[in-house]
Design a protein around this ligand. Structure first.
Ligand SMILES: Cc1cc2nc3c(=O)[nH]c(=O)nc-3n(C[C@H](O)[C@H](O)[C@H](O)COP(=O)(O)OP(=O)(O)OC[C@H]3O[C@@H](n4cnc5c(N)ncnc54)[C@H](O)[C@@H]3O)c2cc1C
Length: 396
């Protein structure tokens, strides 16, 4: 299997009833399927469900493009952009449905899981810039769909397309959201950064956010981590060299999976019923949108099903009608072109695994952590002042 022709969606493994396909992990930590010719019966199903070979044959229609923000401030603060994922997910849970998305397990490994309660939904919230292991979730989803349950599946476009191909027929009770996607690094590389951080801090990392609005509001550069010390005391980290370098390497495109550089899904023809993204640059196009610093989603409604869901949740949002034309003008390049493969990609993983500290420090030239601390404390003071003001007003 050519490395630029596989997105590790697991569709081929899950469709094969002969267990003829296994994943083989390369040195970078990315897994690729390998066929056992003794078990294979040449049914070709594995090729038929491959999103990199087949793309998405169901052509989407851009019904609407919107700028959206949830009215629920608590959810907004915990979401990466405007919190639209949570709105749809809550609607689906209210209908007795189940929501699939990416969640950390207790060892900080990222997997797709099904959430059936609001508490479980918390785990799916927030963007994680790591490849999420789909596991057997497509098989589980098929069973739920056959039983008539509503399923809301969220993921990268290759994962959404893979699910649709795996199912091999449309289901009215399946709702999908794809993300505009910059690409995904391997879990093995993320682990190397985490392990180094744990070693230096002598603490165990138990949670990690790539988009923590407490630090700099709505920004893609705002990682935080929660760790636990030996005695059990928890510590919240708003800056760490490892966190910062990982983010910079990700955004530069140095650590993305090989197929992402030729991603066929970086197009305005979307595979999900609803596309979720950040509405960067919104101040230029919708200057009257309220509460911009807390995050606004760019939403593409790509099917009638997506539009029906939008109609169910829109009363819980601030929204303004936008256009696809505006969407492609924002700095959301991955809506129309894959991430560029930089020359550094040839050696990034090798260098990182050889000497993680040297690799990390290569990204930190001229970095000034004081700016991050300042922004965090400014927001904290501003929020506290606001609380004090509300308290005064309500007590007089
Ligand atoms: C790897 C990655 C790259 C992205 N690149 C861009 C980009 O270039 N431009 C842009 O505008 N937006 C990008 N996004 C999307 C953006 O960060 C927000 O996730 C999106 O706007 C939804 O925000 P929200 O506030 O509605 O909900 P949130 O609560 O933030 O929703 C997060 C959703 O993303 C899913 N998710 C999180 N991590 C992963 C993962 N690793 N793999 C699959 N699904 C995941 C969750 O299951 C959940 O459904 C990216 C997201 C990811 C995960």
């Amino acid at each position: 299997m050519k490395e630029n022709m596989c997105s590790e969606c697991n569709a081929c493994i899950q469709i094969c009833t002969h267990q003829a396909i296994q994943l083989k992990v390369n040195q970078e930590g990315f897994a690729y399927p390998e066929i056992d010719s003794e078990k294979c019966i040449n049914c070709n199903l594995c090729n038929k469900v491959c999103p990199m070979q087949n793309g998405d044959k169901t052509k989407s229609v851009n019904i609407k493009t919107l700028a959206v923000q949830t009215l629920d401030n608590k959810t907004l603060q915990k979401s990466s952009s405007g919190g639209v994922f949570s709105l749809i997910a809550l609607y689906v849970l209210d209908q007795g449905g189940i929501v699939y998305g990416a969640a950390w397990d207790s060892n900080m490994q990222l997997h797709h899981i099904g959430a059936e309660t609001e508490k479980d939904l918390e785990k799916l919230r927030g963007s994680k810039y790591v490849h999420s292991d789909i596991g057997n979730s497509f098989r589980e989803i098929k069973e739920h769909l056959k039983q008539g349950r509503i399923v809301y599946f969220t993921g990268t476009p290759c994962q959404v397309s893979a699910l649709k191909l795996f199912l091999r027929k449309p289901y009215d009770n399946l709702i999908t959201s794809d993300l505009i996607c910059h690409g995904t690094p391997s879990q093995k590389l993320f682990n190397a950064f985490l392990e180094n951080m744990e070693k230096e801090l002598e603490e165990k990392i138990i949670d990690y956010k790539f988009r923590d609005k407490k630090i700099a509001g709505w920004s893609c550069s705002s990682s935080s981590a929660l760790s636990v010390k030996k005695g059990g005391k928890r510590k919240y980290h708003i800056y760490d060299k490892n966190m910062r370098a990982y983010y910079l390497a990700f955004i530069k495109g140095d650590i993305t999976r090989e197929d992402c550089y030729q991603c066929p899904f970086t197009t305005v023809e979307r595979t999900g019923d609803i596309t979720l993204a950040d509405f960067w640059d919104i101040h230029k196009y919708h200057p009257t949108f309220p509460n911009l610093p807390d995050g606004v989603s760019l939403i593409l409604i790509n099917s009638n099903k997506g539009n029906n869901i939008w109609e169910q949740v829109k009363s819980k949002t601030h929204y303004q009608l936008s256009s696809l034309n505006i969407a492609v003008q924002t700095c959301n390049k991955n809506l129309y072109t894959p991430t560029t493969r930089p020359p550094e990609r040839d050696t990034s993983y090798r260098n990182a695994f050889e000497d993680i500290v040297k690799f990390r420090d290569g990204y930190l030239n001229n970095e000034n952590p004081r700016k991050i601390y300042l922004s965090y404390y400014k927001r904290k003071i501003r929020n506290n002042t606001l609380i004090a003001w509300i308290w005064k007003r309500t007590n007089h």
